[in-house]
Structures are given as C-alpha cells and as structure tokens.
Design a binder for this molecule. Structure first.
Ligand SMILES: Nc1ncnc2c1ncn2[C@@H]1O[C@H](COP(=O)(O)OP(=O)(O)OP(=O)(O)O)[C@@H](O)[C@H]1O
Length: 360
C-alpha cells in the first residue's frame, strides 16, 4: 500500500468523547494500547464503518473510506478490511477449508485463489483444512480466523485483542505467527491490546489511548522508553532495544546481540547469527553508576548520558532515561540514590543491565 493510514474522528461515548487524529504507517503493526474502556475498540469499529463518528476522515492509502466534510461514507462491505476478534467467530457448520473459502468469496480480486494458498502456508494451517472448527484448539482457531480475514485480500487488517481469550501457552504459540505476518506482509495492521508484553513484541508503532484521548504516539521504542507518561507501562516500565545476534558462544552458552552502541550478552536461546531481534530491558533491571563498574558480576554495562529524570509510580523512586548512543534505556532508582550520585540531565553515567529479555 502506498500512502499512510489516516484515522480522524470524534465519537461521543458514555463517559467521554473519543477524539483522535492519527496518521499511521502504511505497513507493519500499529498497536492501540490503553486501559479497558479507553476507546480502542471504538476506534476499530469506526474504521470498519460499524460506527459513524463525527467530523471523520478515514483514508487507507489512496482510498477514502469516509470523509464527512465531503459526504463520503463507504459501508462496511465496501471497505477492503479484515477483522479478527477476541473469540474467533468461525462458522461451526463448515470445516476449515469452508471457512477460508467464505473469506475468499468476499474478495472481488481474481488473484484471491493464489492468495488463499499463500495464507494457508503463511499461517501453517495446511494440515487443518479438513478439520471441523469444533476440533481446533483456541490457538489454531485464531490462526484460521486470521487466515480467513487475509483470504479476502484486505487493504487493512483490524485485530481486536486476538490473544486475550487464550491461555499463556496458547498466546506464546501464536505470537511467532503474528511476527511472521508483520515480517512478510506489506499490509498495515491495527492491533488492539492492553498487554504490555504483546505491545513490546509486536508493535512497530504505538498509540496510547486514555479516556478517548491520545496520550502518546510514535515508534514503539520511543513510546516505551518515554518516562513523561509512566502510567503507560507502570511497574513494567522499561526500554525496547533493536539488535542483531552477532555471536553464539558454545563455551558460555551465551549469545551476543549488537546494538548501535555496544553489545549485550544474554542466554543463548538458539536464535541464528544475523537475525534481527528485540530486547526488552525493564527499568527495574537497570542501575546507574557514576564511574565504570569494575569487579561486578553484571556483564552488560555501558557509558551513557542522562537525558531526563521523571517521577515514578511510587514517590520513593524516579525513572531516569539515559542514552547509549542513540539507544535509550530507562533505569528505576530511588530518590535517595539519585541525590547520592548527584545525577543531572546532560551528565555522564554508566548503565548496568542486570537482566535482558529476548522477545523475538
Ligand atoms: N455503543 C456505545 N454507545 C456509547 N458508549 C459506548 C458504546 N460502546 C461502548 N461504549 C463506551 O465507550 C467507552 C470505550 O469503549 P471501548 O470498547 O471502545 O473501549 P476499549 O478500550 O476497547 O475497552 P476494552 O479494552 O475493555 O475492550 C466505554 O466507556 C464503553 O462503555
């Protein structure tokens, strides 16, 4: 798709007016994130044409789906979109193939048959085609629901908490499939969740909603490491670092992941050298020092510059955002430590990272 995705609308809700004006990238996953009742599903419903909104303008690439100022409103069936819900709404009387055929018939494109083969492969559901829906696990059902949505060759895929009804093991099973879609499809996806781990793992771009307003928006690493809105991640505040697996040590069973200003050593989980990965570094796992830490068991430490300091969720603590080159890390330290070290914005420091989670 060329061009971006524009979603501008205003919609009165029970307790507030939803008011957003978003410009989102034309590919990758844009996550709508926020607490329950903040308006995330309402945004998707307006994009789908299920609710009208006011002063709305919804443009997908070069297609105008709604422009209230010009009197344009395409009904849902004329918007080339796929919609995946929390509970896969598959037809129980059809097998998996029948469900996919239904999706394909919604597309008027002659290339749809080819696409169907591709999505079956993409989501690894070839062995399920003859199965009844009732015999599928929750994770398989969601994969089929996503495949059915993609079979209609949408210009935009809407996913409303697609993992929320699954247990932890099923969620882990389906996350790599979503990462594969993100890597292999040029399709923009609008993905609703209130789970920080999904956000960190899947999002390219993030919009944080609160009471119907946009509280923060931008690339995922920027939004997650921003400390001026600590409510975004609360106790899970931290940074996201993009890196590449550069070395695997048989001797130590560790992998080295390089980022723009250094390297992390972390547990080798078998990911091949050369693969791009995301690292999640929680603020509670980062400590700060004023000189290079020597004689410590913590292997990952980097010189950095203190960028900003902000109040945390508890008054005894602060969040400190530091820059290692262009890469931001966030440290959660006590006010007492801040005073003792005399850290100031603009000053040098060393960041020590106690624990790193490899997300993909
Ligand atoms: N048809 C409606 N008319 C008026 N208010 C509504 C309507 N549907 C939902 N609301 C209210 O709008 C607000 C936003 O709801 P919405 O479902 O968009 O939030 P959400 O962020 O998706 O929440 P959740 O994560 O719980 O699904 C809520 O206060 C909800 O009660």
């Amino acid at each position: 798709m060329t061009g971006e995705l524009q979603v501008r609308l205003s919609l009165p809700r029970a307790d507030f007016t939803l008011d957003v004006d978003l410009r989102l990238p034309a590919s990758g996953i844009s996550v709508l994130f926020g607490p329950s009742g903040s308006g995330k599903t309402s945004v998707l419903r307006c994009v789908a044409g299920l609710e009208k909104g006011r002063g709305a303008r919804i443009v997908v690439g070069e297609e105008v789906w709604q422009d209230d100022a010009a009197g344009v409103f395409l009904p849902t069936h004329r918007r080339a979109l796929g919609y995946v819900f929390q509970e896969a709404s598959l037809f129980a009387h059809l097998d998996v193939q029948g469900n996919l055929d239904y999706g394909r018939k919604r597309s008027r494109s002659p290339g749809a048959a080819r696409t169907l083969q591709d999505v079956v492969e993409l989501l690894g559901i070839g062995h399920l085609l003859g199965r009844r829906v009732a015999g599928l696990s929750g994770g398989e059902r969601q994969r089929v629901a996503i495949a059915r949505a993609l079979a209609a060759m949408p210009r935009l895929l809407l996913l409303d908490e697609p993992l929320a009804a699954l247990d932890a093991a099923r969620r882990q099973e389906i996350l790599p499939w979503l990462e594969k879609l993100r890597a292999e499809l040029k399709l923009p996806m609008l993905y609703v969740t209130h789970a920080v781990d999904e956000l960190a793992r899947l999002a390219d771009h993030v919009v944080v909603l609160e009471q119907g307003r946009v509280k923060a928006a931008g690339p995922v690493d920027e939004v997650l490491s921003a400390i001026d809105a600590p409510g975004v991640a609360g106790d899970e505040a931290g940074a996201l670092v993009h890196g590449v697996v550069a070395e695997r040590s048989d001797q130590w069973q560790l992998a080295r992941v390089d980022f723009d200003h250094g390297s992390f050593w972390l547990r080798d989980s078998g990911i091949a050298v050369g693969r791009q990965v995301r690292l999640r570094i929680l603020a509670r796992d980062v400590s700060l020092a004023t000189c290079e830490p020597l004689g410590t068991s913590i292997q990952n430490h980097f010189p950095c510059i203190v960028e900003s300091i902000a109040p945390d969720t508890h008054p005894s603590q602060v969040l400190v955002r530091v820059l290692c080159g262009h890469t931001a890390l966030v440290a959660r330290i006590t006010r007492r430590a801040l005073a003792g070290l005399d850290l100031k914005a603009g000053g040098p420091a060393w960041a020590q990272v106690k624990s790193v989670a490899l997300l993909s």
